[in-house]
Design a binder for this molecule. Structure first.
Ligand SMILES: Nc1ncnc2c1ncn2[C@@H]1O[C@H](COP(=O)(O)OP(=O)(O)OP(=O)(O)O)[C@@H](O)[C@H]1O
Length: 457
């Protein structure tokens, strides 16, 4: 059952018709007291709340009702309705714990999509399904792992794949964000239609519109042909906006408009096109922090993260490393026709304790390089170690301090301290992660007078 709170009978009636038409039970309330009583008595599964629902348009009354509901019903999904002019109010409401907002005049599809998604997410409580149970229900063949955090994520994406909800995937580079985005598409009703990836980090502001919305011949000097935009390519499918944290301010506004209105215009043409694409965004940046710094629009953030998924770094789920290694090895056995290929047990243990800042991509590259270079059937620590030193990480993935701010010795000292701390003073592990021998590590510990326990191995 859904509760609609609004003093405007026209809004209550049209939302009731829309939601009933989609098979929901609906109750309404036209003031805060009645709304709260209805929640207590009838326990609705979702509330749609107009923030400007009283004659007073400051939104104060709506906001205090929202707070009151949150205190007593912390997980009850709440969708806010606001006018376009009061978008700041909606953002304030999201901070107080609302789950989504729609603005008037609303788009019926968006309202239904948001309702379905929130009901799906809230209704069926997470049941901590096992990997086997998830595989019986969904298609996650390419995603390896049994870590509880990952299974929880798979369960969420399985449940929401069938809705059109926007999803934001965050996580360090190489943690599998794109793979997860593809899995959402594969498990949705859009699977037979295109999955279009756009790397927003690679699109300059001047090209953003023509790239995303397309252009007509003659739209600007170089436009010699009609060009189809990415939104159109993704029509009825999924658009994956990678590196959204790299989008410049002016492009952020343009994207927000499109996601808000679900329409756009092809450059140089007056044709208005409708967006019918599921939007999935990804970034390895911290968008909340960027919002605080003023470099990412808060309204855009709320538009793209109806569902937010954070992928753990590989070091936080190191129990999955052997599974991943075996998966990569199995694939390579076939590709290189080396059916006897295996990884020795000590090597597997060694791989498990690597910090791997480049995450699964780094592990995959390491295994591939090692298989290519070594001609042994059973791969040992030495084989992996030799490749590890060659290119442990792409330089552009590491943030180095600015030139002149640190000497090489200081950097070495910091790295040694960091490795010792990470490996809780275990010399063998710290040395392996730094790519040096135990003796070489001892020499450095003494050189920099870093305390260590002789008995720790
Ligand atoms: N759970 C997994 N099982 C198997 N392979 C995986 C898994 N997660 C990631 N990979 C593989 O690791 C590599 C990196 O994954 P992906 O490109 O999805 O990461 P990403 O987080 O999008 O990286 P970036 O932020 O750098 O774009 C890919 O080759 C992908 O197939």
């Amino acid at each position: 059952m859904i509760l609609i709170v609004d003093d405007d009978i026209a809004v209550r009636t049209s939302l009731t018709l829309l939601l009933k038409g989609a098979g929901n039970e609906v109750v309404t309330a036209n003031n805060a007291v009645q709304a709260f009583e209805t929640i207590q008595a009838q326990k609705p599964e979702l509330v749609i709340l107009d923030l400007n629902f009283s004659i007073d348009t400051s939104g104060k009354e709506g906001m205090s009702l929202l707070q009151q509901i949150r205190v007593h019903y912390p997980v009850l999904p709440i969708i806010l309705i606001t006018g376009w002019a009061s978008i700041d109010l909606a953002i304030q409401g999201m901070k107080l714990g609302a789950n989504d907002f729609i603005h008037k005049p609303w788009n019926n599809d968006y309202v239904l999509q948001s309702v379905v998604t929130l009901l799906q997410l809230n209704g069926k409580k997470a049941t901590s399904k096992s990997r086997k149970e998830l595989d019986q229900k969904y298609q996650f063949k390419q995603i390896i792992g049994e870590d509880a955090g990952l299974l929880n994520i798979l369960e969420i994406i399985g449940r929401v794949a069938s809705t059109n909800a926007s999803i934001l995937i965050t996580g360090e580079s190489g943690t599998g964000k794109e793979l997860i985005a593809e899995a959402i598409h594969e498990n949705s009703g859009r699977a037979a239609k295109p999955f279009v990836k756009v790397n927003l980090g690679g699109i300059s502001t001047s090209l953003f519109e023509s790239e995303m919305f397309g252009h007509a011949k003659g739209a600007f000097t170089d436009a010699r042909f009609d060009r189809m935009g990415r939104f159109e390519m993704a029509h009825k499918g999924t658009i994956f906006l990678d590196e959204i944290g790299d989008l410049e301010a002016s492009s952020q506004v343009k994207l927000l408009r499109v996601l808000q209105d679900r329409t756009y215009e092809v450059l140089g043409s007056s044709r208005t096109k409708i967006v019918d694409a599921r939007v999935i965004c990804a970034t390895n940046k911290n968008l909340n922090e960027m919002v605080n710094l003023g470099t990412f629009r808060e309204d855009l953030l709320y538009r793209i993260n109806l569902i937010a998924i954070h992928l753990p770094a590989l070091r936080e789920r190191s129990g999955d490393i052997p599974l991943l290694v075996n998966f990569f090895i199995d694939n390579l056995k076939e590709i290189y026709n080396r059916p006897q290929l295996t990884v020795a047990a000590p090597a597997m243990r060694w791989l498990r304790q690597l910090p791997l800042p480049g995450n699964i991509r780094q592990l995959k590259n390491l295994v591939e390089r090692t298989v290519l270079i070594s001609n042994k059937n059973e791969l040992g620590i030495d084989d992996f170690q030799a490749q590890m030193h060659l290119s442990p990480l792409k330089a552009d993935k590491v943030k180095l301090p600015g030139v002149g701010t640190m000497t090489l010795d200081q950097m070495e000292e910091e790295m040694v301290k960091q490795a010792m701390k990470f490996h809780k003073n275990r010399i063998t592990k710290a040395a392996a992660s730094l790519g040096i021998t135990r003796n070489a590590l001892y020499r450095r510990l003494e050189k920099y007078q870093i305390p260590f326990n002789e008995t720790e191995d």
